[in-house]
Design a protein around this ligand. Structure first.
Ligand SMILES: [Mg+2]
Length: 182
């Protein structure tokens, strides 16, 4: 592999867009007297480790209209996408939507706002990332699975809830150039 010839797929939630922060803020607004374990919330909710009733309330918050549009960028992510592209790599945004009416269009609007039209045209919204071809998938989800054996190497974007993954390369937006030898 030479510099500048990789296809790099970049996840959105938890990598470019701060899902947990928005969820926490929405929770605080809705349930100010009840605590939420911020760093682990999403994963606990999705892995069904929270009680059923609380899980439903969490789920409702991130299925609300406007939620995905309101996410703030994770520090360094937007710059990193541009930097990788500048270095000649084929950078694509690769994101899984939740199943509601708003999520997909809001994700596209988000990419338009922060990365512009050039990257809207390079955005893949899919429930199954294993079907997308690439050399690297940068994703915070611990175990990205689907119908196919993926072509890409899953590089874990460091988050508190994926610290237990030690058999994959891990990056932050401070270390990615060095770790990925870009
Ligand atoms: Mg993610």
């Amino acid at each position: 592999m030479h510099n500048g010839d990789m296809r790099i797929l970049v996840d959105m939630d938890g990598v470019l867009a701060d899902f947990n922060r928005a969820l926490y803020e929405a929770w605080e607004k809705e349930y100010p007297r009840e605590s939420l374990d911020v760093p682990e919330t999403r994963i606990k909710s999705m892995l069904h480790e929270e009680p059923q009733e609380k899980r439903q309330r969490i789920r409702k918050l991130y299925h609300a209209p406007g939620f995905y549009r309101s996410l703030t960028p994770i520090k360094g992510g937007i710059e990193a996408v541009r930097e990788m592209a500048k270095r000649g790599h084929g950078v694509f945004i690769c994101s899984s939507p939740v199943t509601n009416t708003y999520c997909i269009s809001e994700k596209i609007e988000w990419v338009m706002e922060y990365l512009g039209d050039e990257f809207v045209r390079r955005t893949v919204i899919t429930k199954d990332k294993t079907l997308v071809k690439g050399d690297i998938l940068i994703d915070d989800w611990p175990d990205v699975t689907g119908a196919a054996v993926p072509e890409w190497e899953h590089v874990v974007f460091d988050q508190p809830y994926n610290k237990h993954i030690t058999d994959k390369r891990r990056i932050t937006w401070d270390t990615y150039i060095e770790v990925l030898a870009l």
